[in-house]
Design a protein around this ligand. Structure first.
Ligand code: ARG
Length: 464
């Protein structure tokens, strides 16, 4: 007999039972479901909707059910449809009449919205913690390689020399924005929907604020129809998760390229690489590749939920059940990827000689042009002159810093009084505009990043 079986004359088709069930995946919500039901029961008791004795029995029964599920002694039955009904059925079997009163002034529509919000709040904090942990790993890698230089790239062509730390700190910035987005997702989820009942609210004298306080919600939802059908917080999270994956996949792509023999900038730790079943020499950056690949899953999760929500009439529709697998998949994927990347980056070694060797060559060309500009040459003209110098070097097989002032003066008289130092470190030191790659500017970025991470840690600590 179903909890809703009163108006039915025939049992549910067996296939339909499987098809409509969410229990195989929403059992994950059991802890928050129990916590939400306990808060609801206490409120029903406090407002006199049920007796305080009944509320106490319900609470004790729910605690036991939580322990049963945690210890694997709970018998899941797909005929229960979802975790909410599974828990309610077992509760009622265990404690009788009081159990059948728990669902007073509540619907699964506001219950599932509550559960998902509670679950997401916890998981958003977990994700944010992993984002910060990765920032910390990147910061220590940057600090360990503080003096290392490398070519900065545009179009994956050597562009201008930069500090390796500057490059790594760019990812710390991306993750700082990811953290902010997660904080916003947390706020979007931090609205308590219970009391909306099926869609229209309830006639019982409920106390929504009590439930919100008990469960640690910032506020209660303002419109019952919106509250039971709003999944914006899910979209916000999937959007934030997608952007995290964009960032991780960019970093991983760099690591794939950098760990190739052609680049040889980094060596990945054996523990974070895998071999080939046929080619004995191979050490593959599979972790980086998989993270790059898994970005697609998370974008897919976002697209799935967006598409599911699009065009849904108010208020609750069963389509909404489809939000969960996407959210769970995105959560699992993003958390695993954050852990994987932190481990991989934290154990890799940067070959500072290789990066420095690659940072020379024509990467100083812009600086040579800038030197002419300082001598009063218009930038476009200077660009033209240096272009010709580069072309000549390519033909003669020389590097820019091998040319004497005399030779340079053949291209422009402004060089006759001397030429600028064109070593990668000289160039880097000159790029001292705000946010630039000069060591003192990078030191500022280190400081700012440390402050951001410290305040992120405070936010995390406040939320356990
Ligand atoms: N399993 C459902 C979901 O995940 C719970 C709500 C079902 N409500 C309903 N009236 N059928 O959305």
């Amino acid at each position: 007999m179903k909890a809703w079986g009163g108006r039915f004359e025939k049992p549910t088709d067996e296939f339909v039972e499987q098809f409509t069930a969410s229990l195989p995946f929403d059992w994950r919500l059991f802890r928050v479901d129990v916590a939400g039901s306990i808060a609801h029961a206490r409120m029903l008791g406090a407002t006199g909707i049920i007796t305080t004795e009944e509320a106490g029995e319900v609470e004790a029964g729910l605690q036991r059910i939580r322990e049963q599920i945690e210890s694997g002694r709970f018998e899941f039955d797909v005929a229960d449809e979802d975790i909410h009904m599974a828990i309610e059925r077992v509760l009622t079997e265990a404690i009788g009449a009081a159990g059948s009163k728990l669902h007073t002034a509540r619907s699964r529509n506001d219950q599932v919205a509550l559960d998902l919000r509670m679950y997401m709040k916890e998981e958003i904090v977990n994700c944010a913690g992993l984002v910060v942990a990765l920032q910390e790993t990147l910061l220590s890698v940057a600090a360990e390689n503080r003096d290392a230089v490398m070519p900065g790239y545009t179009h994956l062509q050597r562009a201008q020399p930069v500090l390796v730390a500057h490059h790594i700190l760019a990812y710390v910035q991306m993750l700082a924005r990811d953290f902010v987005r997660l904080v916003q997702c947390f706020a979007a989820a931090d609205v308590m929907p219970l009391g909306s009942a099926a869609l229209a609210g309830t006639g019982f004298p409920i106390d929504r604020q009590m439930v919100a306080d008990e469960l640690g919600f910032e506020r209660t939802g303002d419109n019952s129809m919106d509250s039971v059908s709003d999944r914006d917080f899910v979209l916000d999270f999937l959007g934030a998760a997608s952007t995290i994956m964009v960032h991780l996949s960019r970093l991983c792509e760099e690591i794939v390229v950098w760990s190739s023999s052609e680049f040889g900038f980094v060596a990945l730790d054996d523990a974070y690489t895998t071999g080939s079943s046929i080619m004995p020499q191979k050490k593959n950056p599979d972790v980086a590749e998989l993270v790059r690949g898994k970005a697609g899953r998370v974008f897919g999760d976002l697209a799935a939920v967006q598409t599911m929500l699009k065009g849904l009439p108010l208020a609750y529709n069963r389509d909404l059940q489809e939000d969960k697998e996407s959210v769970f998949d995105a959560l699992d994927t993003v958390k695993d990827c954050l852990v994987a990347v932190a481990g991989m980056v934290g154990t890799m070694t940067i070959d500072a000689d290789a990066t420095e060797a690659a940072a020379g060559g024509f990467a100083a060309a812009t600086d040579l042009a800038d030197f002419l500009v300082e001598k009063g040459v218009a930038f476009r003209d200077a660009h033209e002159v240096v272009g010709k110098i580069v072309l000549d070097c390519e033909k003669t097989g020389k590097a820019l810093d091998e040319l004497s002032a005399q030779r340079l003066a053949e291209f422009h008289e402004a060089f006759s009084a001397g030429a600028p130092a064109l070593g990668a470190r000289d160039v880097i030191a000159r790029h001292d505009s705000e946010g630039g790659t000069a060591p003192e500017r990078v030191a500022e970025q280190f400081e700012a990043a440390a402050e951001q991470v410290a305040s992120a840690r405070e936010w995390l600590d406040e939320r356990g």
